[in-house]
Design a protein around this ligand. Structure first.
Ligand SMILES: Nc1ncnc2c1ncn2[C@@H]1O[C@H](COP(=O)(O)OP(=O)(O)OP(=O)(O)O)[C@@H](O)[C@H]1O
Ligand code: SF4
Ligand SMILES: [Mg+2]
Length: 358
């Protein structure tokens, strides 16, 4: 089958193709072909064939507009989705310890999962600071987490560890007897981060951990997260719609659009040479702090309704560079030569038939 758009291809001597992502030896988590839908009167395809790797000690940013599937992806990775959400394909392989063994998180039984969460992967949920139990002291809430996984710990050990965790996230140990409603938003968010670190997991997924906070507090908490990550060397999946924040803190970036990864690259590659028109759109919508002054532009239009079938490229109605195949053919995944971490899903860079892409 030949797609008639060769004339539109931009010269991309450095764009190459490889068949699929391979698992790097340092990979801690490997998400493969993950798809999720919400079933109901209308089925919403919230995550579609997502593939990515998370490496030891890295910060992986996931960015995209509201409703593009970021939180659904996070819940799916930790196998926490409930009806009406269903995982329709994929696996989430986690490399356990130094043994080289991998487990598919999606196949863990209830009890295995219970042990797995917190100890291997923990999550700071979107709006988590508001989900702390308002009528239970921090001491009791920390204690409950320890009791759930390490019932052998003594009361004194639980208290000592809780205090150590509070201090680790920059809080005073005296707040241990306080209730969440007595704390500021920033303090509550630090408590939630401390809770996620109770068992020193290898991976912490943070879903919009600072969005509800004012900019100054947001900055303090980000600094704290980065300091802890460097000190303890855990990996972070950091989810936010605020790409400027991710440009600063993440090693690699996934740009999500309509349930798919539109582009994946090392952060510096996104800064110097983003390829997907959507990525370029979001880069032009934020101020360039270090470069020349330029006019800020938003992306016109709205993301598509994920309960409708979307032929071709889901970004097409908003894309100023759309051409013939975009409305008919789903864009292929094109890997950038000499940049093994960089791929883009866009017809501008070739077609699967033409270049043999995945
Ligand atoms: N419980 C649910 N039932 C039906 N559809 C849902 C449900 N939860 C989410 N969705 C839909 O799934 C899609 C992805 O939602 P999701 O919350 O994962 O997006 P998000 O990128 O995290 O958005 P935000 O930035 O607003 O947090 C959206 O279209 C949303 O409406
Ligand atoms: S595939 Fe076409 S519509 Fe989609 S981003 Fe690329 S050029 Fe734009
Ligand atoms: Mg979300």
């Amino acid at each position: 089958m030949t797609i008639p758009f060769e004339k539109h291809r931009i010269p991309t001597s450095d764009i190459g193709v490889s068949g699929s992502l391979t698992t790097s030896s340092a990979s801690l988590l490997s998400v493969r072909d993950l798809s999720v839908e919400y079933r109901g009167e209308r089925t919403t395809k919230a995550v579609k064939n997502v593939n990515f790797e998370l490496r030891k000690g890295e910060i992986l940013g996931i960015a995209g507009e509201s409703g593009c599937g970021k939180s659904t992806l996070a819940y799916a990775i930790t196998n926490m989705l409930k009806h009406p959400a269903y995982i329709t394909s994929g696996e989430v392989l986690y490399a356990q310890g130094d043994s080289g063994n991998t487990v598919d998180i999606l196949r863990l039984e209830h009890e295995q999962l219970r042990n797995f969460r917190w100890t291997e992967i923990s999550m700071v949920f979107q709006s988590a600071m508001n989900a702390l139990n308002p009528v239970t002291s921090l001491k009791k809430q920390f204690s409950d987490i320890f009791l759930a996984h390490k019932p052998g710990m003594t009361k004194a050990e639980r208290l000592e560890k809780s205090i150590r965790l509070l201090e680790m996230v920059g809080l005073n140990k005296n707040i241990i007897n306080q209730f969440p409603h007595e704390l500021s938003g920033g303090m509550r968010q630090r408590v939630v981060i401390a809770m996620a670190l109770c068992y020193m997991p290898n991976i912490v997924i943070m879903d919009e951990p600072t969005t509800a906070l004012d900019v100054v507090i947001q900055r303090d908490i980000l600094d704290e997260i980065i300091r802890l990550q460097k000190e303890l060397n855990f990996s972070i999946i950091f989810i936010t719609h605020d790409i400027s924040l991710l440009l600063e803190i993440s090693d690699r970036l996934l740009i999500m659009y309509a349930g798919e990864i539109a582009e994946q690259a090392r952060t510096e590659a996104i800064v110097s040479r983003a390829l997907h028109p959507y990525t370029n759109g979001i880069m032009l919508s934020i101020p360039d702090l270090y470069g020349q002054r330029r006019e800020l532009r938003g992306i016109p239009g709205m993301p598509p309704d994920l309960s409708l079938d979307i032929p071709g490229c889901p970004f097409r109605p908003r894309c100023s560079e759309a051409f013939e195949p975009c409305s008919t053919w789903p864009p292929p995944k094109i890997f950038v030569a000499n940049e093994p971490d960089h791929f883009v899903r866009c017809h501008k860079y070739g077609s699967s038939d033409f270049m043999g892409g995945a």
